[in-house]
Design a protein. Sequence first.
Length: 106
Amino acid sequence: MARKSAIQAAEDQIKDQAFSELQALIQESERLLKESASLVGEEGESLRSQISQKLKQALESVTHVRESTQPAVEATEIYIGGHPWQTVAISAGFGLVVGLLLGRRH
């Protein structure tokens, strides 16, 4: 069980890092697009090149996240495939707890 927690923590950290990097890249790209709207010629081409580079970085970041989380996804699939009844029992238990908590709110 501790291993699953460590995997989940690592996966969450990777996701958080990737999303923050993507958000920063998107904001930077938007800024560059706004600046390039009034520029023509060499300056405009330079800014468009920078935007293209930022978008490539975003794509690389997404690819990195996909590759980094793949072992966790595979481990989860292997666990579920090897323990289907335990997975069903855990899911049912979780659903019961959520149902009880929601039932008490009303």
